[in-house]
Write a protein of this length. Structure first.
Length: 246
């Protein structure tokens, strides 16, 4: 019965060549001519760099590398990833707090500005008839009442102008001026509106009618004016800081 040889790795085989080995009963001794193939023929390929060498067995170092990724590992790489993750969370938390603070501040400023609009508009409607009116028969009283509605540099300027120009002229010609904020023809609120407003400052546009009498005028004269009034918030409430005729 024919005997089959096993595939083996030979270190002395020539690279890139193949040889045949025939196993059969009654094989002649070495040095004798090979008999014609009578059994199974196996081809043995030489070992080379692309051959069938077994893969290298894992070393202890390879296990140490994989251990870095295992849950609960305390290796430097693991700790570095944790620190990075914590730093990112801290940055996101700080950014969220800053954004919330800015939005909260804007909301409060917007609410204060809306409140200022209503307060400044009411103050301007009340101040305009007082500041823009006078009567030669009681100038000191009228000018004192007007100064109480003013603030800052405009208050000082008003006092100087009334004392040196308006007062003497009104006494000489018996001048009177009565100012009122115009009313719409169909009724309603006086003709005034807020141009701009912040928590501490506001600009209001008013339509003011002024009726003037004096010895220099026959009867009375009516002037329809547009007045821009600037107001500032003070410890005593909203005060007029500027008046400009448009």
């Amino acid at each position: 019965m024919a005997k089959t040889t096993n595939r083996s790795r030979g270190s002395g085989a020539a690279s890139g060549t193949r040889r045949t080995m025939t196993a059969a009963a009654g094989e002649e001794a070495a040095g004798q001519p090979e008999a014609p193939p009578a059994g199974r023929t196996l081809l043995i390929a030489p070992k080379d760099e692309n051959g069938w060498d077994d893969p290298p067995e894992p070393s202890p170092e390879s296990f140490d590398e994989r251990k870095e990724d295992e849950p609960g590992s305390g290796t430097p790489a693991r700790r570095g990833r944790r620190r990075l993750f914590t730093a990112v969370l801290c940055v996101l938390l700080v950014a969220g707090l800053v954004a919330a603070g800015v939005l909260g501040w804007r909301y409060r400023e917007g609410a204060r500005a809306d409140e200022a609009r209503g307060q400044a508009l009411a103050a301007a409607r009340q101040a305009a008839p007082v500041v823009l009116s006078y009567d030669y028969r009681h100038l000191d009283r009228d000018f004192t009442a007007a100064r109480a509605r003013l603030t800052g540099h405009f208050r000082a300027e008003y006092g100087k102008t009334t004392a040196t120009v308006v007062g003497p002229t009104a006494r000489k010609y018996h001048g009177t001026v009565k100012a009122t904020v115009a009313q719409p023809t169909g009724g309603g609120s006086p003709a005034a509106s807020v141009v701009s407003a912040s928590p501490d400052h506001a600009v209001v546009l008013l339509f003011v009618n002024q009726v003037t009498t004096s010895t220099q005028v026959q009867g009375s004269r009516v002037d329809l004016n547009r007045v821009r009034m600037t107001l500032a918030r003070t410890a005593e409430g909203w005060k007029v800081s500027a008046v400009d005729a448009l």
